[in-house]
Write a protein that binds this ligand. Structure first.
Ligand code: ZN
Length: 165
């Protein structure tokens, strides 16, 4: 799933535990695996930054395209998270939730370069919980993008309803 969706889901959960950023991080972290279990859409990666491809990083056009896409995805996720939840006053918790939500994908990147035991365990968990359905490759990109917008909307609405109680 996109980093945008993971970031907002993490921020939404963390906004419910405003005084406990560590718990917010853990909730965001756990939500990553739950969300990845849903058949979803991802934008294509062209360089060895793709964990499925791996290998040495080469400073080429493909890497710059990937870094641009990932950077935009990440910035959009952070910006929308602050837009939706920044007003709650739980800034540290929100940041922790975003970090937890996106951390598993960065661990994948580290795994392909530094496959130490704990990181390998996290990678195994990621692989095991990840849906085998990749909607872009299955020609269902519209459904894949629409469903992520819906998931984001559900997290934002649910967090707002829960926060109001
Ligand atoms: Zn993931």
């Amino acid at each position: 799933m996109t980093l945008t969706t993971h970031a907002i889901a993490g921020a939404a959960l963390a906004s419910l535990t405003p005084a406990q950023p560590v718990l917010g991080f853990c909730l965001g972290f756990a939500s990553h695996y739950a969300l990845d279990a849903i058949p979803h859409w991802d934008y294509p990666l062209y360089s060895s930054i793709d964990p499925d491809r791996g290998g040495a990083l080469v400073l080429d056009r493909a890497l710059f395209i990937d870094l641009f896409d990932i950077g935009c995805d990440l910035l959009l996720g952070i910006a929308l998270s602050f837009f939706f939840f920044g007003g709650s006053g739980a800034l540290l918790a929100i940041i922790a939730g975003i970090a937890g939500g996106i951390a598993p994908d960065f661990l994948q990147f580290i795994y392909t370069r530094l496959p130490t035991r704990p990181i390998k365990a996290m990678q195994d968990l990621h692989n095991r919980t990840h849906s085998p359905h990749r909607l872009r490759q299955e020609g269902r990109s519209v459904l894949g993008i629409a469903s992520q917008v819906l998931i984001i909307a559900m997290f934002v609405v649910a967090a707002n309803i829960l926060a109001a109680h």
